[in-house]
Ligand binder design. Structure first.
Ligand code: SF4
Ligand code: SF4
Length: 63
């Protein structure tokens, strides 16, 4: 269970915008489900670019 990068997969539409913008390259799309996932959330810089760019508000960064 993630504690920093929270992704609500029921909302995610797999647009990939958060994946592209993440400076730490820790977000990726699961090719089978087209849902966003996070690899190593401990590398997250918590600048919330992903949260701001997500069109459906599926990402939340817990500070
Ligand atoms: S807050 Fe920044 S570093 Fe953390 S997952 Fe989002 S885009 Fe990546
Ligand atoms: S920006 Fe939002 S909808 Fe798009 S892939 Fe990321 S979490 Fe999913």
């Amino acid at each position: 269970m993630n504690k920093i990068v929270m992704i609500d997969e029921s909302l995610c539409i797999g647009c990939g915008q958060c994946v592209e913008i993440c400076p730490k390259k820790i977000l990726f799309l699961d090719l089978k489900t087209s849902k966003c996932k996070v690899s190593d959330e401990t590398k997250c810089g918590k600048a919330q670019c992903c949260e701001k760019i997500c069109p459906v508000k599926a990402v939340k960064i817990v500070k």
